[in-house]
Design a binder for this molecule. Sequence first.
Ligand code: F6P
Length: 342
Amino acid sequence: MAAGRMNHAMRRVTLTQFLIRRQHTGKINADLRLLIETVARACKAISTRVTKGALADGHGAAGMENVQGEAVQKLDMLSNEILLEANEWGGNLAALASEEMEMPHPIPTQFPKGEYLLLFDPLDGSSNIDVNISVGTIFSVLRCPKMADGSLCEPEESAFLQPGRAQVAAGFAVYGPTTVFALTVGDGAHGFTLDRETFTFVLTHPDIRIPADTAEFAINVSNQRRWEPPVKRYIDECLAGKDGPRGKDFNMRWVASMVADVFRVLSRGGIFMYPRDAKNTNGRLRLMYEANPMGFIVEQAGGAATDGRTRILDLQPTGLHQRVAVILGSKNEVELVTKYHR
Ligand code: F6P
C-alpha cells in the first residue's frame, strides 16, 4: 500500500510541486512561485469558460476595438478580467499590462505591491473562438526596475520596456482538445496538462527539446504577394520539395492561433513565421506579450527566435503594444531564414 502510494506520487508531478522544487533550489523565490501559480489558476478558469462555448454568453464581439484597432471579443474581455482579478491582490506585482488595455494597470491602493511586472495576451487567437479552434493565454514576467532610492518603480509604461532576455518567467496555455500550460523559469521548457478530474496541471512534457531540423513550416500564405524577398525565397525553396535546393518535401500547418502553432513546434519541431510584409510593415505579432515570451520558451527548448535580423530577446522595446516580425522554431531553419535576410 505504502509502496503503491509512493509510485503514484513519483509518477505525477503537479505544477505546484514543480515550482516548489525550484523554490527550494533557489531558482525562483516564493513571490514568483505564487505569481506563476496564480496565472495558471486563472488559465484554468479561462479554460472552463472557453469550454462552455456557445452554451454561455461568451461568443461574439464585445462591440469595441482594442488599442490595436482589432475587434474585441466577449471572451477577450472576460479573460482579461479573470487575469486581473486573480493577480492584483497577491502582493507580488508592481503592475500588470495586457493586450486589452492601452496603459499599464496599477495595483489598487488597498493591496500590497511586489517586485514583479506581469504582461499578458489574455486570449490569443481569439478570432478562432466562435469556430471551436484552439485559443490560449500568453504571459511574460519581468522584474520591476528599482528607483535611485531603492524603492520600486512607478508602474508606468517605461518600466515594462525591457528586452526579452530580462524575463524571469514566461509561458502560455492552449485551450485545445486538452488544456496545456507551457512554462519556463530559465531552466528549460516544460509542459503540463490539465487533469480535469483533480483540476491540477500535471507535468507531462518535461525538458522539451525542439529538433534542430524540420520539414514543417507555418505561415499565412495569403500574405505571400506582400512578403519580402528572403521569406519568399525560403518558402519557395520549401515548396519546391525534393526537386528543389532543399532536397526534401515540406509540410505546411497554420492554425492562426500562435499558442497552438508554437505548442506544435515545441512538440515536434517546425518553423513558425509571421514576417513583416508590405501590409504589416512591422510584423503583426506583439513584442512584449507574444514574441518575447514565445522567444524565451522556444530558446529554452533549444530553438531560436529572430525578427529576421536580430534575436527577438535582444530587441529594445519602444512601446508596450509594438509589433514585430517573428521567425521561431527549429534552430537550423530559423538560422537559414535569418541568413537569407542578411
Ligand atoms: O495575435 C494574433 C494572432 O491571432 C496569432 O495568434 C496568430 O498567429 C495570428 O494572429 C493569425 O494571423 P492571421 O489572421 O493573419 O492568420
